[in-house]
Design a protein around this ligand. Structure first.
Ligand code: SF4
Ligand code: SF4
Length: 385
């Protein structure tokens, strides 16, 4: 794609500051910092100066790009109105900055950990399966219905591990034959979003090779970033495996009568659309369908939802680097929005969203008044012991 057209045709209309479809701000980095240089409008101007070699980027410049979460809302608004793709420009600048070695130290640490350990946490590979201790989860065998690709957050983070455990127990109760990889590595999604294209290719090729060797029929992920990356980015490198997000599989299991709910979960539930499942992945219905089938759940919609959902601020590696945290962050606005909508539970379908929102809930003093849960955790509760 010729990106110069995009930087030169930007009209500075400001639709990437305040979405013209709901007249609300949606860009998490712009919301957090307020300056144009943290919105697509300003990033397009900086990109122009970098492409024209009028600006030699510094780490301060790089911060303006690496705080973009790749949530895609500017891209969808701008492409509908102007036919431009500001996010593609931003991601190209990140690629150039990585190539030139101009990256914030937290981004460098993230990339080094993934390269060295196969995960951004810098933990030994043997810790990848700690979440499954005592659950009897086995390795994938040829002929199994599903390969559960767990992902970095659900493997290494204590809160994420609870989601992986709920997923494994739900699959077992549904009678699904499934297994995991014995030596799973990062899917490379956030690596790609941070512009490290060569490392991404290595990870994608390694994972695709494992799927092929094992004859994997279908991959299911609890992470929308893994789902999007394997479904939309791996095929560009020649991979060919069916990939589903866990909410899509849960919808099938509900409709096929394979999930039996024996308990009521009495709660008003607001659903937060993760960007890489909703806006980027195009799946809005599956999680809502599952939630609305759980006895006792009353589903309410947030004002910023579906195509106009507000990013939690964790994408594009920001979950790991924490560069969008603090007062006024989009995750804090989001939990407040859910609480004010009368929700008892803010449900999501992404371990990064769950952790970002749970931390925000504590910062906002909403503990005990609002809970953050993954859809599969609510499903597991409704299925009973
Ligand atoms: S990037 Fe698109 S939406 Fe933003 S100011 Fe430019 S033309 Fe408008
Ligand atoms: S992709 Fe999201 S975070 Fe990045 S500039 Fe666009 S709206 Fe802002």
């Amino acid at each position: 794609m010729n990106l110069s057209r995009h930087v030169y045709y930007c009209l500075k209309c400001g639709a990437c500051r305040v979405s013209y479809q709901i007249f609300e701000p949606l860009c998490p980095s712009g919301i957090r910092f307020g300056f144009d240089s943290y919105y697509a409008i300003g990033r397009m101007e900086i990109a122009k100066a970098i492409f024209e070699k009028r600006l030699k980027p510094s780490v301060k410049t790089a911060l303006r790009f690496f705080t973009c979460t790749s949530c895609g809302v500017c891209d969808s608004d701008c492409s509908a109105a102007m036919g431009l793709r500001p996010l593609q420009v931003i991601e190209e600048v990140k690629r150039v900055l990585v190539e030139e070695g101009v990256v914030p130290s937290k981004v460098r640490d993230f990339l080094e950990n993934v390269q060295r350990y196969g995960n951004p946490y810098g933990e030994g590979r043997h810790k990848r399966r700690a979440w499954a201790e005592g659950l009897g989860v086995r390795e994938y065998r040829r002929g199994d219905e599903l390969l559960y690709y767990v992902g970095c957050v659900a493997s290494h983070d204590p809160r994420g591990r609870a989601i992986a455990r709920a997923m494994a127990s739900t699959l077992s109760k549904a009678g699904a034959s499934f297994g995991v990889l014995s030596d799973e590595s990062c899917c490379g999604g956030e690596v790609l979003r941070l512009g490290e294209v060569e490392l991404f290719k290595l990870l994608a090729e390694e994972n695709s090779r494992k799927f092929e060797q094992l004859g994997v029929a279908r991959v299911v992920t609890t992470c929308p970033h893994g789902y999007y990356t394997m479904r939309s980015e791996y095929p560009k490198l020649g991979a060919n495996v069916e990939v589903s997000h866990h909410t899509q599989l849960l919808r099938e299991l509900v409709d096929g009568g394979r999930l039996r709910f024996s308990r009521e979960v009495r709660a008003v539930v607001a659903y937060h659309d993760p960007c890489f499942l909703g806006r980027r992945g195009g799946e809005y219905e599956a999680p809502r369908h599952v939630l609305s089938n759980i006895p006792g759940v009353r589903l309410v919609e947030l004002e910023r939802s579906r195509e106009r959902s507000l990013c939690c601020g964790g994408g594009g590696g920001n979950f790991y680097t924490g560069m969008l945290g603090g007062e006024g962050s989009s995750s804090r606005l989001r939990v407040r929005e859910a609480y004010e909508a009368g929700a008892d539970v803010l449900a999501t379908a992404c371990p990064m969203c769950a952790i970002m929102l749970e931390d925000a809930l504590k910062d906002e003093g909403l503990e005990g008044r609002l809970r953050v849960r993954d859809v599969v955790e609510i499903v597991a509760e409704a299925m009973g012991p």
